[in-house]
Design a binder for this molecule. Sequence first.
Ligand SMILES: Nc1ncnc2c1ncn2[C@@H]1O[C@H](COP(=O)(O)OP(=O)(O)O)[C@@H](O)[C@H]1O
Ligand SMILES: [Mg+2]
Length: 252
Amino acid sequence: MAKHSASCILSGPCTLADTDKCNRMCPSYIALHGYTGDGGRIGAAGLPADYRHLTVANSPAREGQAKIYRAIDAYVATFKRQFDEDYRIKSLYLYSEEPGTGKTTTAAALLNEYLTAHYIGSLQRGTTPLERPGYYWDINEWQRDYNRFTRPMVPREKAEPAASRYYRAMEIAEAVPFLIADDIGVRDATEAFRADLHSVINKRVANGLPTVYTSNIPMAETLQLFDARIADRIRDMCQELPFEGKSKRGRR
Ligand SMILES: Nc1ncnc2c1ncn2[C@@H]1O[C@H](COP(=O)(O)OP(=O)(O)O)[C@@H](O)[C@H]1O
Ligand SMILES: [Mg+2]
């Protein structure tokens, strides 16, 4: 396999992948990965470097989670319907109590698959692909930013950038077509922080926007923290996938 195309998320559908014609400089590579490999739509989605080349086909979690990946493959097949007016892509809730079972890895691969489907589907329709069709929302990092500007005695030069990052992420998360909400199971959250989190989710369900949640808390327990009416709406369009097994962290 040619080294360069192996790390392009388009190498599955691309006819030039693994041929001499692939030089990682084509407009599609640049659209997804950027000129330097850390930009483009994947960069705009905010994916950490380790996840930028993941697809559901090359995901290291596929082997250990064969049953889950059958559902994942079926889910990815619905992504091409993102352009249909009368179709709603569902949400997923990736759950395991144990950490390190591949939830974040799988969610990141799904984000990349969505970006691919968006890019190819737009070209096929002769429309310009969005600059940010999907977004990786790291809720732990978001909560750290929240604490940085709400805790007393934090110096202003730390608090202000944290507040601006926080509200920027919130604005993107509530409106982006496809969202990864990574680690939604926040147990130690203030009322005010939880209200912001719920406001994002509420806007998304009200507008029929799909979200892939990951959590170490079962969906039923997370939903108990929501207003009953919103909880029903979330449950209605969301499939819970329980990841099994022991932690695979540090195996790579
Ligand atoms: N089933 C698996 N087989 C091999 N490696 C895995 C598997 N699941 C996860 N990993 C690896 O373990 C690490 C942690 O995975 P991650 O997706 O962050 O777990 P989680 O989000 O469930 O805590 C990553 O480096 C990932 O590549
Ligand atoms: Mg995780």
